[in-house]
Design a binder for this molecule. Sequence first.
Ligand code: NAD
Length: 425
Amino acid sequence: MTAAAPTVTHLRENPFELAKQQLRSVGEAFAIDENLVAVLSQCKKAVAVSIPTRMDDGSVHVFEGYRVTHNIARGPSKGGIRYHPDVTLDEVRSLAMWMTWKCALMGIPFGGAKGGVVCDPKSMSSGELERMTRRYTSEIINEIGPERDIPAPDVGTDAQVMAWIFDTYSMNKGHSVLGVVTGKPVQIGGSLGREEATARGAHYCLREALRKLDGQRIEGTTAAIQGFGNVGSYLAKFLAEDGGTVVAVSDSSGAFHNPNGIDVAAAFAHKRDTGTLAGLGGAEPISNEDLLLLECDVLAPCGLEQVIHEENAPRVKAKIVVEGANGPTTPGADAILEDQGVLVLPDVLANAGGVVVSYFEWVQGLQEYFWKEAEVNAKLNDIMTRAFHETWNTHEERSVSMRFAAYGLAVQRVGEATTTRGLYP
Ligand code: NAD
């Protein structure tokens, strides 16, 4: 294993610098001890590994991968694994830090982690993906484990990838270790409701926000959804099922708009059958940028980071932004949206449903006792609703944005755990 070194990132701004800046601002606003902020500004551990992989044509490609643990004061670290050509170590570090805040805000006993491999999964065969995943797992095998660090799916990874990680880890240990990874297929110890959980949590969060805004409901609300992957596609489905009108959807191939409503079930089927939204009928093709600027009640960025920035934020017309993705709004854009009176439901709150049900999956795996889907959804609803109201109350009491309120609560909780445990040695 080589020591981790920062790499060049494709993003507009360095996401880890942004995450640290957010932490410093929250530290000042909530009068958090400077020493604590200094400790929490760094990741506990970051490893970079090389992943030589036999490709189908017989050649060997050496992929680069990372696994970062930000903090473990409240429990083992938890966070997804991203497969994407633009993954950088600093991106993974920022995502690991946000996971710490997310778990603390939800009140679940985990710290934050994240992993990533620089690769283009769409251009790889299933065999290549499996060999790369198994080698990556072997390279980080001493970092992960049910009491240590528990990966999950993120952009470019899914239940099948989690199954390979689970199997590789278990083969090395000599027995099945259900708690090593979450987001597994249900037939090998996954939780019912995990696949839809991130979107379901975002849906609950939006429902509560609308109730706060003069008792509005999802029924009759219009929404534009950027990113039609795991999070975005299920969010579109839940909104449409609840009587909302999804006026636009997009993926990396482009965006589609119909002011009278996209047929979400047809979009779902089209994406499943063709692997892309390209060629979707019943809607006008528009650019990905135009989707963000549509006239609608709710904008849900569910793709990648920094899509709402200082240049396009003044032209966002939605009244509520639901951050299905992690870090979709830059701090500069955040300030502009706040000035415009846009309510931003921040990532650490809005997309936390995934890690909450991952926590349920971990608990079920450790106990080898599995719950009904209705039980999973009801428990998720309880946790999301409680976290939403704690954040909303802090937002009102302190007159700070929902993001500041969420980060403030989370950083205070991690701070309390760190101080109570004390500095070792
Ligand atoms: P995914 O790979 O299933 O889907 C991502 C989708 O976004 C794809 O359809 C892709 O084409 C699209 N996309 C990427 N860039 C885009 C752009 N500029 N414009 C339009 N579409 C674009 O990934 P996912 O698991 O749905 O994750 C999406 C986001 O949600 C990420 O930020 C991830 O970190 C976050 N998240 C995911 C989970 C989870 O449980 N999967 C949990 C919490 C947060």
